[in-house]
Design a protein around this ligand. Structure first.
Ligand SMILES: [Zn+2]
Length: 288
């Protein structure tokens, strides 16, 4: 199967009460680990690519061609989307040109009127090409009395304005945080999620910052319309930890342990295991 958009993938997840994981990729090893695990688990999967990661891999075109070739060489049969993560207005256009099957346009830092204007234009462009688009609504501030424990929270009215443009999926802060969660984090805000769900009925919602949210909160969010969950930091942490252990145990100094295919293997296995656990938690196993 070639690349697909998020349209059917997330709609099916929304209707059947599970979520599809977006796992961000950084290089060949990451991509291979995520694709092999998705195939093994018979799960649909979204490969997230940030503008920084695309630049690191020397360009959008390289990423698209690598993924397409890998789908063929690894004989991947599950639905796979390649999705621009937190794209700028310019980056979104470049990713589309290079062959991404889906984009996220993050206009959350613009005033709402400008976010609406730019999202509207990109909705028209992606619809014309049969691609999917994720939009993001700005945060109304995760800080209270100088405490960042609240995370990002969106205004449901603004969610409605962006949703009404016809976006495929919508990212809106419900107390989630990118990266590691602080000790004083107050958890996901289900009152806000319910309000957003009520005004965007029918549109699958996206939960960013999927590393470190307790399992019961993840499951509750999925039951309230979250159909795509982004996982990035977690794979980076387990990859670094496994690689560090390998080197600290002196294994790179034994025989040909310095061979990158051996040196990077524990990290790749660690990513696979994290992806397996997330797919089981999100309920996407055997949903391909
Ligand atoms: Zn994000």
């Amino acid at each position: 199967m070639g690349l697909v958009s998020l349209e059917q993938m997330c709609k099916k997840a929304y209707e059947n009460g599970y979520a599809v994981g977006q796992f961000n990729i950084n290089n060949l090893e990451w991509t291979k680990a995520v694709l092999l695990t998705a195939e093994e688990q018979k799960s649909p999967v979204i490969l997230g690519v940030s503008e920084g990661a695309a630049k690191y891999m020397t360009g959008y075109k390289v990423v698209v061609e690598m993924v397409k070739a890998m789908l063929e060489s690894l004989k991947i049969t599950v639905p796979v989307a390649i999705h621009l993560d937190h794209g700028t207005y310019e980056g979104a256009k470049l990713a589309i040109e290079a062959g991404f099957s889906s984009i996220m346009f993050d206009g959350s830092h613009y005033p709402i009127a400008e976010n609406v204007e730019k999202t509207k234009e990109l909705v028209a462009l992606t619809r014309k090409l049969g691609l999917s688009i994720e939009a993001e609504v700005g945060s109304i501030g995760g800080e209270e009395d100088g405490v960042v424990g609240m995370g990002e929270v969106a205004d449901p009215n603004e969610c409605k304005s962006i949703n009404d443009l016809g976006v495929t999926i919508l990212a809106a802060g419900i107390g989630n945080i990118h990266g590691k969660y602080p000790a004083n984090w107050q958890g996901l805000n289900f009152d806000v999620l319910q309000k957003i769900h009520d005004v965007t009925l029918g549109t699958p919602l996206v939960l960013h910052g999927g590393t470190g949210i307790p399992d019961d909160m993840v499951k509750k969010a999925i039951s309230m319309g979250v159909s795509k969950i982004n996982v990035n930091t977690e794979c980076q942490l387990v990859f670094a930890e496994a690689t560090r252990k390998y080197i600290e145990a002196g294994k790179d100094l034994e025989g040909k342990g310095f061979d990158p295919r051996k040196l990077l293997a524990p990290g790749v296995e660690a990513i696979k295991q994290s992806v397996r656990v997330k797919m089981a938690l999100f309920g996407s196993v055997n949903k391909a």
